[in-house]
Design a protein around this ligand. Structure first.
Ligand code: NAD
Length: 419
């Protein structure tokens, strides 16, 4: 099992041990639950624009096939390794089980810095990666989706490459596609929308009025930018935002419309305002009611957890909080209300599931139906987590993860060793 190494995998493993202990899962059943069923690595050669050929390393990890096909995003990122991909696949499993989707978790990606590629090179990389994956994926085996560094366009190239191989259009092979290529309305916004819906549920419990409350959002991509816009639409003042190019803070609130226009034109926050430039290392510790990490893993370590000055921590990113930070947050339960990642960002996979269902049926829904069903599923999982917290006196993360792990464990026990 030693191919899965690195700090992100170690984090997923430590979290699992906490849950397995809480659920009293026998020692000899634990490896079967934790370690992925299958991992594939491929070489992805690309002709560069300068005439040279470069080879990138690609991965796909399928955690378990016990409850249906596997499902999970594809990440293009400069530091990606198989341990990180495996951790993300494992988290997807607990997430899908928690919200009641008929999937196991998967994740994949390529170790590449996307901004280093031209559009033509990105298309070449995307198509070749999918081509290498054809023997291992399928609408009833493993269904891909976007993640960091990939987007609707990449999903359209994946779908087109798979369809060209089969000789007919197979929209249900990936989710997160553009609506024009068989995607669903509401998918692009789903993760950020879900984050904010749950943040509002927490605010209601804590009797925080969103109007005039403050928010800080780390990451201004698919999840962060939508979350910031949805918060602003509810009257929340966005006092801080950051991406990999800039960090901005203004206690009076940042002008969201101007910021969105800037990012639509330039793709990044850099160049927006020299006046509001801020230290990225200090952003998360600034006072606010809503803190939304929506970029990288492990940005909240034990030290940062002590410094947090928010009332609600809504984890848009996967794995932003280390197990050591969780111990600190456990001691600050009365001060900081945690919405753990596997629940908080589940809106994306929920609407991906809706997309897959619509593609399989070739019957498409209105956006109002997508959003209403999304809220219903998230509410059910949120209520179940809060009920468990009350019953078992455990942290929000332990409650959410326990709900996911125990469902997978039960299914594996019933089915036997195969899946
Ligand atoms: P994205 O590529 O669209 O955006 C990522 C953002 O993070 C970019 O704005 C980037 O500049 C920023 N970023 C990178 N390094 C940073 C740094 N050091 N400091 C501050 N910002 C930094 O990716 P995304 O789809 O928005 O995903 C973000 C997170 O949300 C990831 O953890 C991903 O796994 C998780 N997630 C995404 C979805 C989805 O539907 N896209 C669903 C569930 C979870």
């Amino acid at each position: 099992m030693s191919i899965y190494t690195g700090p992100v995998f170690e984090m997923a493993r430590k979290q699992f041990v906490v849950i397995a202990d809480h659920l009293e899962i026998p020692e000899d059943e634990r490896d079967r639950l934790l370690y992925p069923k299958r991992a594939v690595t491929v070489s992805v050669p690309v002709h560069r624009d300068d005439g040279t050929t470069a080879v990138y390393q690609g991965y796909r990890v399928q955690h378990h096939l016990t409850m249906g096909p596997t499902k999970g995003g594809t990440r293009f990122s400069a530091n990606l390794d198989i341990g990180e991909v495996a951790a993300l696949a494992i988290w997807m499993s607990w997430k899908c089980a928690l919200v009641g989707l008929p999937y196991g978790g998967a994740k994949g990606g390529v170790t590449v810095d996307p901004p280093s590629l031209s559009l033509r090179e990105l298309e070449g990389l995307s198509r070749r990666y999918m081509q290498e994956m054809i023997p291992f994926v399928g609408p009833h085996t493993d269904v891909m989706a976007p993640d960091m560094g990939t987007n609707e366009q990449v999903m359209a190239w994946f779908m087109d490459t798979y369809s060209a191989y089969l000789g007919h259009t197979v929209t249900e092979i990936v989710t997160g596609k553009p609506v024009a290529a068989g995607g669903t309305v509401g998918r692009r916004e789903a993760t950020g929308r879900g984050v904010v819906h749950l943040a509002m549920r927490a605010a209601e419990l804590l009797q925080i009025n969103p109007s005039g409350a403050r928010a800080i959002v780390q990451g201004f991509g698919n999840v962060g930018a939508v979350a910031a816009a949805e918060l602003a639409a509810r009257g929340v003042k966005i006092v801080g935002v950051s991406d990999h190019t800039a960090c901005l803070y203004d206690a009076r609130g940042l002008p969201m419309e101007a910021l969105q226009k800037h990012v639509a034109a330039r793709k990044v926050l850099a160049g927006f305002s020299a006046e509001a430039a801020f230290d990225p290392g200090a952003l998360l510790a600034q006072p606010c009611e809503f803190l939304v990490p929506a970029a990288l893993e492990r940005v909240i370590d034990a030290d940062m957890a002590k410094r947090l000055n928010c009332r609600i921590l809504a984890e848009g990113a996967n794995g932003p909080t280390t197990p050591e930070a969780d111990l600190v947050l456990d001691g600050r339960r009365d001060e900081i209300f945690l919405i753990p990642d596997i629940l908080c960002n589940a809106g994306g996979v929920v609407v991906s599931y809706f997309e897959w269902v619509q593609d399989l049926q070739q019957l498409f829904w209105e956006e109002a139906e997508v959003n209403q069903r999304l809220r219903q599923i998230l509410d059910r999982a949120f209520n179940a987590m809060m009920a468990r917290v009350g019953r078992e006196h455990i942290s929000h993360r332990t409650a959410a993860m326990a709900a996911g792990v125990e469902k997978v464990f039960a299914a594996k026990k019933i089915r036997g060793l195969f899946p």
